[in-house]
Design a protein around this ligand. Structure first.
Ligand code: GLU
Length: 489
């Protein structure tokens, strides 16, 4: 089995292409086959090496690898069928186009855009389906020679025979198309560049691709490809079209939207293993309740024939859920390592490791770390600027209650030396202080929480105090008391 992924580097890697790549990867690994990456870069105007880099880097980041093709953007091709980029394969397309011309299966067309437009309008007026009227197929040899001599640019059109095309789709089962509706489509532009339908067919044959697995948006292209394959005398690969990805409201997800770019998910701190799992389930399921799989486990279980026909709804909540599950499955050291790039360099590795247990249970995306525990590295003045005095008041209490709690808390904390400044001791002492003050523990703790973390919701309070240490905790309580005094004045 030989499968391929054939991205056009005209945009960053998006969710749909990543899933197609994953399904190809899993199919190849499941069968012990070969996975080919081919760069379809014939659209020089829209394509770029930056997009190629984005695609390749993000695939690597997901853990998807391939056996043939460039391993890095713009890099050297690996494999027996090199080159693997279409821009370097032009001679092959030209000679295959010549074969079609010689066999009468394709013909040159000199029609101008204006002429084509006029035909289209006539057909529309007559309520006929729009398709090329074969004007240039029916030219006499003299006409043709005259046009050639005049040096008018020409495209090459494939002569579509009216026939019913049937194929057994790996995902959808038997599919049938009437090619009589297609019209003779262009396979080579007037500047000599091959168009997608043609290049893809030529390359799949040359690279001995046995299974073409791609998005359902290509389903309607497949009868064109099969007609070309037959005319060129190629072997017909198996085709499998995987379902569209839908928004929660079941509308089609658009490629253009930035929410589709893989890099955006990476920047928000989704783990690659969570994304892989999520993508695998966008259109497939193992038929059990299990939800956590490594890439290897997916490869063992995945079968392209079990992919669903219906659209796959993109459920962001599920992705968040999965990401949390993967985060919690990491050891503290592993999580610290993953978090490193979201934490200022000034925070030492040991300090980072001390923060991890405080946030591990709540973290949904790695980028959330800043909102959760940024108070630990932000200067006191920055944290103080996050809240106003009103936030210090306990839920049903007053600013005076906040002040009472903070004054007592300050005295309690000040009594402890650094060695005793641990979560357990702090909790015990603060509970006693709350009792003595005649306040409910929650009402007593709430102003302390806001004072030291700047927020009403935070990681566990006493562990947060321990993390900050005695001096900084006291300084922040002083800042809060200062705000309360100011508010009272
Ligand atoms: N270059 C095409 C695309 O990006 C490949 C489609 C195919 O797999 O045939 O959509």
């Amino acid at each position: 089995m030989r499968v391929r992924m054939a991205p056009s580097p005209t945009g960053p890697l998006h969710i749909g292409t990543a899933r197609t790549s994953l399904y190809n990867y899993l199919t190849a690994r499941h069968a012990g086959g070969t996975y080919v990456l081919r760069i379809e870069d014939t659209d020089a105007a829209r394509g770029s090496v930056e997009f190629e880099r984005d695609i390749i880097d993000n695939l690597h980041w997901l853990g998807i690898s391939w056996d043939e093709g460039p391993q890095v953007a713009g890099g050297e091709d690996v494999g027996p069928f090199a080159p693997y980029r279409q821009s370097a394969r032009m001679e092959l397309y030209a000679s295959e186009a010549d074969r079609l011309l010689d066999a009468g299966a394709a013909y040159r067309c000199w029609c101008t855009p204006e002429e084509l437009e006029a035909v289209r309008r006539e057909q529309e007026a007559a309520r006929q389906p729009p398709r090329y009227d074969r004007r240039c197929l029916n030219l006499t040899d003299t006409d043709r020679a005259a046009l050639e001599a005049a040096g008018r640019p020409s495209v090459i059109r494939f002569k579509v025979e009216p026939e019913t095309i049937r194929f057994d789709d790996l995902v959808r089962g038997e599919v049938e198309f009437d090619n009589a509706l297609l019209g003779d489509f262009v396979i080579v532009r007037n500047d000599g560049l091959p168009l997608y339908h043609f290049a893809v067919v030529v390359d799949d044959e040359a690279m001995e691709i046995s299974d073409v697995i791609r998005g359902e948006d290509h389903l309607s292209n497949t009868p064109k490809h099969i007609a070309l394959i037959r005319a060129l005398g190629y072997r017909e690969p198996r085709f499998g079209h995987i379902p569209l990805i839908l928004n929660a409201d079941r509308t089609k997800m658009s490629k253009r939207k930035s929410q589709m770019a893989m890099s955006a998910y990476r920047e928000e701190g989704y783990l690659p293993e969570a994304l892989v799992n999520f993508l695998a389930f966008l259109g497939w399921s193992p038929g059990t309740e299990e939800e956590i799989f490594t890439l290897d486990e997916l490869a063992a279980r995945f079968e392209i024939g079990k992919v669903h026909h219906g659209g796959a709804v993109f459920d962001k909540d599920r992705l968040d859920h999965l990401n949390g599950v993967y985060i919690r499955a990491l050891t503290e050291e592993q999580l610290a390592l993953r978090l490193r790039e979201w934490i200022p360099e000034a925070v030492g590795d040991d300090d980072l490791l001390r923060m991890v247990p405080l946030i591990k249970e709540r973290l949904v995306r790695l980028a959330d770390v800043d909102a959760l525990i940024g108070f630990a590295w932000e200067p006191d003045a920055v944290v103080a600027a996050w809240y106003g005095p009103q936030l210090l008041a306990p839920k049903k209490g007053s600013l005076a209650d906040a002040r009472r709690a903070l004054e007592r808390a300050r005295a309690t904390l000040a009594e402890l030396d650094d060695a005793d400044f641990s979560a357990d001791v702090l909790e015990q002492r603060c509970r006693e202080a709350a009792d003595r003050a005649g306040m409910k523990a929650g009402d007593f703790f709430s102003p302390i929480r806001v004072a030291v973390t700047g927020r009403i919701i935070s990681p566990p309070l006493f562990a947060s105090l321990e993390l900050l240490g005695r001096e900084r905790s006291l300084a922040r309580i002083d800042d809060a008391l200062g705000k309360l005094r100011e508010a009272a004045a």
